[in-house]
Design a protein around this ligand. Structure first.
Ligand code: SF4
Length: 69
C-alpha cells in the first residue's frame, strides 16, 4: 500500500502528527512530512505493507491531503 501527502495543500494543523507520529512529523516549514517518505513532484509518498494509524491521519486531516492507496 502507499501513503501519499500533497504538501502544497497542508495547512500545518498538526492533527496527523497527533494521531500518527509513527508516519508523520512536522517539517522545518511547519508543514507535515511522511517519515522516511520520498518526494514525488509536489507530493511525498511511502510504500508500506502496514499503513496502520496513517488511516486515522487521513480521516482527521481537515483538508484531505493524505491519501491511502
Ligand atoms: S492533518 Fe493535514 S493539514 Fe494538518 S498537518 Fe497533517 S497533512 Fe497538514
Amino acid at each position: 500500500m502507499k501513503i501519499t501527502l500533497e504538501r502544497s495543500k497542508c495547512i500545518g494543523c498538526g492533527s496527523c502528527v497527533a494521531v500518527c507520529d509513527r508516519y508523520f512529523e512536522m517539517g522545518d516549514d511547519n508543514l507535515s512530512k511522511i517519515k522516511g517518505g520520498q518526494m514525488a513532484g509536489e507530493n511525498m509518498e511511502l510504500e508500506t505493507a502496514d499503513v496502520g494509524c496513517a488511516k486515522e491521519a487521513a480521516e482527521v486531516c481537515p483538508v484531505q491531503t493524505i491519501k491511502i492507496q
